[in-house]
Ligand binder design. Structure first.
Ligand SMILES: [Zn+2]
Ligand SMILES: [Zn+2]
Length: 380
């Protein structure tokens, strides 16, 4: 690709990203985004093969035969009121691309153009997957159930990373982003006058003791080399100063980096809560929601992608993130690599003032492009 071609593409991708940023849509409601992407991809000569079962999101192919290589971008925004003062700020009140999925889409469209116009593209098929509903962690599953990843030899994707510089590509084998579990615990006791605690069963004391005890999962059960997190984030119980309530509940999340740590955390969680309930003589109800698994980069594929990336861009060793990412759903099914790509934003994901640096778009598009070509050859 010539410098002139890249400069022209850069201008185009910035325009695309700003358009997408101005027009964000929530998870599983990305109707206009879907129409926009479909139009762009058709214009580049891609076959639109989005399954009918997929209400939003786009799947498009280029080339024919095997191997089929998947390139994935997510497309949804967040229920956040934007506070960036950008001249291309969100036009949809209360909705914002605060995770940079606009950046991901623009980069993948850039790669789409580079691939469509590449001379001597190896045999095989490129499948672009513009996935809906990443933020609600259901989109990857929706794509999979609709047949969107059928017959893929490999799939790659990335998340923009604010603490990496523009042009830096973070790659590592194994766990890159954490498995996510969500819990809610409700203790039911007996309410009573605050002055007569002996006549009741106090769920507030039980909750307080339990929350403290839960921290022993990380400090006393899990391998200290594994970055497990247990966070209680919300608690409610009682309504006034002189009555002990009947119930108290709290909720939160657990983040782990492998199956053993995940199972152990869940097992200890149940043991601790049920043990505490028994100790204080109340009942406990635990609601458990299993979220995305670990984003687990295939060692062999990561080696190939790292070698190819290093030829063109700056590879760095990223710190894994305890955030979750539903790309994990793909990585559990087919060999995959998920990268962190520098967007050099001043704040962090999901902040109302999140601004990615447009200069990161071309490196991100190139990352998809070079690795797509390499994998077509490598996996043929
Ligand atoms: Zn996000
Ligand atoms: Zn995101």
């Amino acid at each position: 690709m010539t410098q002139t071609k890249l400069t022209a593409l850069n201008t185009k991708l910035i325009k695309i990203r700003h358009y997408l940023h101005q027009n964000p849509e929530l998870s599983d409601a990305e109707t206009n985004t879907t129409a926009y992407l479909t139009k762009q991809l058709s214009a580049l000569g891609y076959r639109i093969v989005t399954p009918a079962a997929l209400k939003t999101g786009v799947i498009a192919e280029l080339g024919s035969g095997t191997p089929i290589i998947g390139l994935r971008s997510d497309i949804d925004a967040l229920p956040i009121q934007e506070k960036t003062n950008l001249d291309y700020t969100s036009k949809n009140a209360g909705v914002m691309h605060a995770c940079g999925h606009d950046f991901h889409m623009a980069a993948l469209l850039g790669a789409a153009e580079l691939l469509a116009t590449a001379k001597n593209r190896p045999a095989g098929t490129i499948r672009l997957i513009f996935q809906p509903a990443e933020e609600t962690h259901v989109g990857a599953q929706e794509v999979t159930e609709a047949g969107g990843i059928d017959h893929l030899a490999a799939i790659i994707g990335f998340h923009n990373k604010p603490d990496l510089n523009v042009g830096e590509i973070g790659l590592r084998s194994g766990g890159l982003m954490a498995a996510v579990d969500q819990f809610k615990v409700t203790f039911k006791g007996i309410g009573t006058h605050a002055a007569a605690p002996h006549l009741g069963k106090d769920p507030i004391l039980t909750a307080a003791s339990s929350i403290t005890a839960l921290q022993s999962i990380v400090s006393r059960n899990e391998d200290p080399q594994q970055a497990t997190v247990v966070s209680v984030t919300h608690i409610e119980g009682g309504a006034t100063w002189n009555v002990l309530p009947e119930t108290t509940w709290f909720e939160g999340t657990i983040r782990t980096f492998n199956q053993a740590a995940r199972s152990l955390a869940k097992q200890r969680f149940f043991e601790i809560i049920n043990g505490q309930a028994a100790t204080f003589g109340l009942s406990a109800q635990i609601d458990w929601l299993t979220g995305p698994d670990v984003v687990d980069n295939d060692p062999k594929l990561t080696q190939i992608v790292t070698a190819e990336t290093a030829k063109h861009l700056t590879v760095v060793q990223p710190t894994p993130s305890n955030a979750g990412e539903d790309f994990a759903y793909f990585s559990q099914k087919i060999p995959s690599v998920f990268a962190f790509i520098g967007s050099h934003a001043q704040s962090d994901w999901h902040h109302a003032d999140y601004i990615v640096d447009d200069k990161g778009l071309i490196p991100a598009a190139q990352w998809y492009y070079f690795n797509a070509l390499r994998l077509l050859t490598e996996l043929s």
